[in-house]
Ligand binder design. Structure first.
Ligand SMILES: Nc1ncnc2c1ncn2[C@@H]1O[C@H](COP(=O)(O)OP(=O)(O)OP(=O)(O)O)[C@@H](O)[C@H]1O
Length: 610
């Protein structure tokens, strides 16, 4: 059997890189800067004192000549043998662990980056001189996008390092415009530790002369704070509430997490600006922090994490996982610190990102442990954090719907009872997460209807006095499936409370629906309704402490009583935000008209007391 060698279709590979791997042609600038930085790093390994520099020159278009770019570094350079091996072999890199021994020193490793230049130029011309072999002549390498290359040795003196020449292919002139190049060099390279000069003709400027705040030395915490926040504002073009310096051994991270001043939405992920050895990987990295850390946006430099081949994110491996855990720990310590020293700021952060934090804390135990106590609930005693609720009450009691909460809020509040409204999204999940995280906590669901059991009973005499009112109420409200009762409770200004439970609500909903559907459906719903038992009755409880109710117990005329009861019933429904059925609406109308009539009659004949 004969052996053959794989052939590579360079056009196909370039197409693959440009359309499927890289986010766009602009990355060639990143790849070239990175090769320059790596080459300087390589030279430092043989000469520690070596002062590296990168020089990028833009040459404007002239006549029928397309514009061009020259990337120059004073790095390690390549010998002729290395040129054949590393430049002309796709996937071969001098920076891999086995060759470089200290792979961590270099940014590149895949051996494909240089090919990105074919996205904007048809030819790559490189002149390189090895710093390792001083007597070796400089080498000129000319690689073409058709997959061929030429090599020749130069006789002229060239100092060690590498120069890459690129001429814009048709349609790519934009990437050779000085302004555009300046922006891209700054975008990708502003944290690189080697000075990068950009020039066009006589104009020359260092692009990365500003160092990040975590490299600064500060004489006061105010100065430090100002420097960090100003950097964040300029970088992200937004204001932040606070900053958290980041430094971890795992992953070799340095940087800062900025606390967002705008509310985040649930399931929204924060995107971070991430560098690898000073080179920007991406400003859209999502997997740097634990999912719960929605309230910050980071800019970091990593020395040890592994990039994916597109170099636009980190490879998801154990090291990244460990780094994420340590960064999460840093954020948690910051929050704990705030809880002790600046709880208002912590509450401010949580209030801003409340929905997002609730959503995460309801699914993620770790997040719950961090934030749980600071999440607020609507309670019958006002808005309280879960921590405050736990401090005040041995048992946490909640109702599961907003309607139930409305029913009981006033009475519970007047009796100092703290009942949580778990009718909003995530609330019940958060309470069940609380039970998982702290099994000792007692969390009880309260049935709003059962609340009336805890109200003060009437004495025998009082009961006797209220007999007619109660009997009339039972008869009047029976068609509405409402049972009546009478108790004494605060606040005295409240004449009645309407209580319901899930079955009663269902029954009520069925009746409301029946009002608006046709006969066929009405028949089906009727058969449901007929199955209802007493437990599906809602309740209207009169308050004997209320002056109006007290007066009603003295009224003997049942028609007056009936009308008052109907009105109190409708009013209780309206107070609880329950939609009225047609029949109830009619009650309201009749009642109002009746009242108007009696007022008018009274006006006409002041002796006619109603
Ligand atoms: N400026 C340079 N100076 C010295 N050697 C260079 C330079 N540019 C490229 N090389 C050599 O060419 C090889 C291939 O470069 P290329 O950019 O394609 O891949 P890489 O940098 O090794 O890895 P990656 O694909 O991750 O960028 C490098 O490993 C290096 O040996």
């Amino acid at each position: 059997m004969q052996k053959y060698q794989f052939q590579i279709h360079l056009g196909g590979i370039i197409d693959l890189l440009s359309h499927h791997l890289y986010s766009g042609p602009q990355v060639f600038i990143r790849e070239l800067m990175q090769n320059g930085v790596d080459a300087i790093q390589g030279r430092k390994l043989i000469d520690e004192e070596h002062q590296g520099r990168l020089d990028i020159q833009v040459v404007k278009a002239t006549g029928n000549q397309q514009p061009s770019l020259v990337f120059e570094d004073n790095g390690i350079g390549l010998t002729e043998e290395e040129v054949h091996r590393f430049l002309a072999t796709i996937g071969e890199s001098s920076k891999r662990a086995d060759l470089a021994k200290q792979r961590n020193d270099f940014i590149g490793q895949f051996g494909i980056g240089l090919l990105s230049c074919f996205m904007i130029a048809d030819e790559i011309l490189m002149i390189t001189k090895s710093a390792r072999q001083g007597d070796h002549p400089a080498v000129e390498w000319r690689g073409k996008s058709d997959g061929t290359y030429e090599v020749r040795l130069l006789e002229t003196h060239v100092s060690p390092g590498t120069r890459v020449y690129l001429r814009a292919s048709q349609g790519m002139e934009n990437y050779f415009d000085i302004e555009q190049v300046g922006k891209l060099v700054h975008h990708f390279g502003n944290l690189l530790p080697i000075p990068i000069d950009l020039s066009e003709g006589d104009r020359r400027k260092q692009i990365n002369d500003r160092r990040p705040p975590w490299e600064g030395v500060y004489y006061s915490s105010d100065e430090e704070r100002r420097s960090y926040l100003e950097y964040g504002r300029e970088l992200f073009d937004q204001q932040f509430i606070d900053y958290i310096p980041l430094r971890t051994e795992t992953g070799g991270i340095t940087g800062v997490a900025y606390v967002l001043s705008q509310a985040t939405r649930p399931k929204m992920k924060s995107r971070h600006r991430v560098h690898l050895k000073g080179m920007l990987l991406s400003d859209q990295v999502e997997n740097l922090l634990p999912d719960w850390a929605v309230f910050v946006r980071c800019v970091v430099n990593a020395e040890q994490l592994r990039p994916v081949a597109s170099r636009e994110g980190f490879y998801e491996n154990e090291e990244l996982e460990a780094t994420r855990t340590v960064l999460g720990e840093t954020l948690r310590n910051y929050l704990k610190g705030l809880a002790d020293q600046a709880p208002q700021r912590l509450q401010e952060i949580i209030n801003l990102h409340h929905m997002a934090i609730c959503s995460l804390a309801s699914e993620d135990k770790e997040c719950f442990r961090v934030f749980g106590d600071f999440i607020y609930f609507e309670t019958t005693l006002g808005r309280l954090t879960l921590g405050e609720c736990r401090q005040r009450n041995g048992i946490l009691r909640y109702v599961s719907t907003v309607d139930e909460f409305r029913q009981i809020a006033q009475i519970a509040a007047s009796q100092g009872l703290c009942i949580l409204n778990a009718g909003y999204v995530y609330n019940q999940e958060l309470l069940s997460m609380l039970k998982q995280v702290d099994p000792d906590v007692q969390v009880d669901k309260l049935d709003a209807a059962s609340l009336t059991n805890h109200l003060e009973d009437l004495t025998l005499d009082e009961r006797e006095g209220a007999f007619l009112l109660l009997r009339t109420a039972d008869l009047t409200l029976h068609p509405y499936r409402v049972a009546s009762d009478i108790k004494k409770f605060e606040p005295a200004s409240l004449p009645t409370i309407y209580t319901s439970n899930e079955q009663a609500n269902f029954a009520r909903q069925t009746r409301l629906t029946k009002d608006i559907v046709d006969d066929t459906w009405g028949g089906i719903l009727n058969s449901f309704e007929n199955e209802f038992t007493n437990s599906q009755y809602a309740g209207l409880c009169f308050n004997l402490k209320n002056p109006l109710i007290k007066r009603l117990t003295k009224v003997e005329e049942t028609s007056v009583l009936k009308q008052a009861i109907e009105m109190l019933y409708v009013q209780a429904l309206l107070m609880g935000h329950h939609p009225l059925s047609d029949k109830e609406m009619a009650l309201l109308n009749q009642g109002l008209l009746g009242m108007i009539e009696s007022v008018v009659e009274k006006k006409e004949d002041p002796n006619n007391e109603v």
